[in-house]
Design a protein around this ligand. Structure first.
Ligand code: HAM
Length: 422
């Protein structure tokens, strides 16, 4: 056998272990309930897709497509990409399975890992998890407001406060050309100072300059024309509609005119939920409308809107806010002596069949078993010894309030049920 070799997780990816996993489970279960109450159904798209799906939708000139995709040829030479986001796969599935034939709106949610080759830092990973939602078939501002309201309900149910809702409208293909021209005009005098990527973006997609992370480009865009000044009448009316509905639904928000998002598929409404508690990675969730994407993927013209939230960022906030309780066993069955340990094993199985979390003390002294029960923060401990077996009674102790007593073995299930079952 060759010498042992230790392996570590790759840079920018991580194992989610207990007790952190409980924050993840809490987010997932709250999200499921909220999605249910808004009529969103779960969809599970694959993690790999053809590369063209992402280059076409996210856009050739975006950071994601230019620098961050995990792209590789499969064994048959096809170009495959590990999904960097979930919207394009859901839209592909929507078109592929003719879900547009179903009455609108069709509303879906998904969760799972996404992959972006970014520089890892706090809140930024190469494999990260999103929970996302996408709704198809309604262009009314009411759906935009409802989606943002859903996001607010989810975050509030998790007990997260101090989050800022930022909204913007980036117009449609009708108003975009005049905005692009205004941007080109603005940046023409600053072209030399832009990074090489933005110099290319200047001609083909100047909106992307607004999203560049390079310091000197950030400096150069001070005073750039804002997209909301270039909205066509329909887009302006839609944006005003969204804003007044957000007020109606009591969702405080700010307009962030620079919120153009890092993906090309957006039209009209864009939004982000940001926090000051995560250092430089401020966005906890983000989304927007993408009214052209279904058509671009060969489906009928179908308006759509969605968002995705970043699980790592959200669970960090939840843990910091003390909102993720770590569960503990309801019962610990300690046994002294071979016969009692066996009896305890059988009793533990009976408790589990009642739907309880039960731990058994398999071996060791009573003291060491009780230490383990305590460490696990068990609620009740049952102690079985030879004497107890003879007398037909066992001792119990409530480790939370210190009360203790005896109960007949034949009535132990009744006792447990009255103490621990709702
Ligand atoms: P996004 O803004 O690229 O949008 O990502 C959404 C969220 O995912 C971010 O706000 C952030 O919380 C999290 N996130 C993104 N990149 C990373 C990373 N490297 N590490 C940790 N968390 C990250 C989208 O992905 C769109 N598909 C959202 C959408 C859905 N738009 C419409 N429908």
């Amino acid at each position: 056998m060759s010498a042992p070799q230790r392996y570590n997780a790759l840079k920018g990816v991580q194992d989610i272990l207990p007790p952190d996993i409980y924050a993840w489970q809490k987010v997932e279960s709250v999200a499921k309930k909220i999605f249910w109450s808004y009529g969103f159904q779960e969809i599970k798209p694959p993690i790999i897709e053809s590369t063209a799906l992402f280059t076409r939708s996210i856009g050739e000139m975006t950071d994601i497509v230019e620098k961050e995709m995990y792209t590789f040829p499969d064994r048959a030479g096809r170009s495959i990409t590990l999904r960097p986001e979930g919207t394009a796969p859901v839209v592909r599935a929507y078109v592929e399975h003719h879900l547009h034939m179903l009455p609108p709106p069709q509303k879906f949610f998904y969760s799972g890992p996404m992959f972006r080759y970014e520089r890892p830092q706090k809140g930024r990973f190469r494999q990260f998890y999103q929970i996302g939602a996408e709704a198809f078939g309604v262009s009314a501002a009411e759906l935009d407001a409802e989606i943002i309201s859903l996001l607010k309900a989810l975050l509030e149910t998790l007990g997260l406060r101090e989050l800022k809702f930022e909204v913007n409208s980036i117009g449609c293909e009708k108003c975009r050309p005049s905005y692009r021209n205004a941007l080109r005009e603005f940046f023409s005098a600053r072209l030399d100072a832009l990074c090489p990527d933005c110099k290319r973006r200047y001609e083909l997609n100047p909106l992307r300059i607004l999203d560049c992370k390079v310091d000197r480009c950030i400096e150069m865009r001070t005073g750039a024309p804002t997209v909301t000044d270039f909205l066509c009448d329909e887009c302006r009316a839609h944006f005003e509609g969204v804003r007044s509905l957000l007020q109606l639904l009591n969702i405080p928000h700010v307009i962030t005119p620079g919120l153009v998002r890092g993906l090309d598929y957006y039209t009209r409404t864009t939004f982000e939920v940001t926090t000051e508690h995560l250092g430089s990675q401020k966005a906890v969730a983000a989304g927007g409308r993408y009214d052209r994407l279904v058509e671009e993927f060969g489906g009928p013209s179908t308006p759509a809107i969605g968002f995705a939230l970043g699980m790592e960022r959200l669970t960090t906030l939840l843990k910091d806010a003390g909102g993720a309780a770590v569960p503990s066993p309801q019962v610990f069955v300690a046994g002294i002596g071979t016969k009692a340990v066996r009896e305890g094993l059988v009793m533990a199985e009976r408790f589990r069949a009642m739907g309880l979390w039960v731990e058994a003390g398999y071996e060791g002294s009573l003291r060491s078993q009780l230490r383990r029960a305590d460490k696990l923060a068990s609620h009740y401990v049952f102690i079985i010894g030879d004497d107890e077996l003879l007398s037909g009674k066992i001792q119990w102790k409530n480790l939370r309030n210190g009360s203790q007593g005896e109960v007949e073995i034949t009535r132990v299930e009744e006792f447990v049920s009255s103490c621990l079952l709702p």
